[in-house]
Design a protein around this ligand. Structure first.
Ligand SMILES: Nc1ncnc2c1ncn2[C@@H]1O[C@H](COP(=O)(O)OP(=O)(O)OP(=O)(O)O)[C@@H](O)[C@H]1O
Length: 355
């Protein structure tokens, strides 16, 4: 699997591409998605729910990233903010250089038309049932009064591999074809960011793979940045980066890349990282916390290339869990700093598999 870089979009219609940039500035020179200490508090009948609790996320142009997390962790809240449907309570959110906290109503319309595209889980929400695939794709172009519409429709039918569905209505297509058409609709106005909420939630494994590959392909060929919220367990086969969201914050990330061994065989290597915020805060994986019975406070030791995290020996002793040899270490023989140590903040290797 090779990491896609943002290419020059292969639009057959340079006039149309320039026209799309009549919205907010696209070549902003920074990440396509930047969230810093993002907070969203819902207040209902005097009860407050902190759906996002200082979330940090950076997605660079052309990246394809999956966002995973338990129900209620804040994924939809984040997507609603990034798509311009909802406003954060605090923090900072920039998409393609557009500040989502200070947008006017007019800028919001332009933002939703030109900067972000959206794909929902339910195909019925993405496509108009009485229009063909080509007509559905052309509709956003008509609304934004774009010229050279036919060229753009042809290009998207080809990129999403749905040319044979051109004159078919949604009921005459498979679920996978409908979602690929939905991606084409979302990309029609040449947005820089594509957001997808469970795009494979109603599909079987084969169709899910088709749709996820179509998004990756569209990203590579059109230079679009993609953020996919998903519970799809096969997502790891299709994206290089998976970000885990927990309690309204990004907690861990898995990055994947291909390595070639001495026999010339390709291996997909996945590494898990813990997210650290700008203030230096991070969350230890619960497996580590449980294994070392870390509670209340821990001791940190700075080594030349990593930081060791140690249980507080006093509180362990109080709990009668040291081995009594005076070194304050528990009976389960935690190695000293410098040795391989599950509490070290060295990122653990998730494992590797044949590519
Ligand atoms: N409009 C709202 N009013 C009040 N609370 C809300 C609202 N929307 C979401 N929440 C709460 O905010 C938290 C995050 O919800 P969110 O829908 O973002 O989670 P999620 O990760 O998308 O979950 P799921 O995977 O089930 O869709 C939850 O506690 C939820 O109950």
């Amino acid at each position: 699997m090779s990491l896609p870089t943002r290419p020059t979009p292969t639009s057959t219609d340079p006039g149309a591409a320039a026209e799309a940039r009549s919205g907010p500035e696209r070549d902003h020179g920074g990440p396509d998605i930047l969230c810093e200490d993002l907070v969203r508090i819902y207040s209902t009948d005097g009860v407050e729910v902190q759906a996002l609790q200082g979330l940090n996320l950076r997605v660079d142009p052309g990246d394809v990233v999956a966002l995973v997390g338990a129900s209620g962790s804040g994924k939809s809240t984040l997507l609603n903010i990034l798509s311009g449907l909802d406003k954060p309570t605090g923090g900072r959110a920039l998409v393609s250089g557009v500040d989502l906290l200070s947008m006017t109503r007019q800028q919001r319309i332009s933002y939703q038309r030109h900067v972000v595209g959206f794909v929902w889980q339910q195909t019925s929400r993405n496509l108009l049932p009485y229009l063909t695939a080509a007509e559905n794709i052309a509709l956003p172009l008509v609304i934004s009064n774009r010229k050279h519409r036919q060229d753009r429709v042809d290009e998207l039918l080809e990129v999403l591999d749905i040319a044979d569905c051109r004159d078919r209505r949604p009921t005459q297509m498979s679920g996978g074809q409908q979602q690929r058409t939905a991606i084409a609709v979302a990309l029609s106005n040449d947005p820089s960011v594509l957001l997808a909420d469970e795009p494979t939630g109603e599909l079987d494994d084969a169709m899910s793979a088709e749709v996820l590959e179509a998004m990756r392909d569209a990203s590579t060929r059109l230079g679009v940045t993609v953020l996919i919220v998903t519970h799809d367990p096969t997502i790891a086969d299709h994206v290089q980066r998976t970000v885990q969201i927990r309690d309204g914050r990004t907690s861990t990330e898995v990055l994947r890349h291909t390595e070639v061994d001495e026999h010339g065989r390709e291996h997909l290597v996945a590494r898990e990282f813990t997210v650290i915020d700008r203030a230096g805060r991070m969350q230890l994986p619960s497996g580590y916390v449980n294994q070392l019975d870390l509670r209340d406070r821990v001791r940190l030791e700075l080594e030349s290339d990593h930081v060791g995290v140690w249980p507080d020996e006093h509180s362990l002793a109080r709990r009668g869990e040291t081995d009594g040899d005076g070194d304050g270490r528990p009976a389960n023989d935690i190695p000293p700093p410098g040795d391989a140590h599950p509490g070290d903040t060295h990122p653990p290797e998730e494992g590797s598999q044949h590519g």
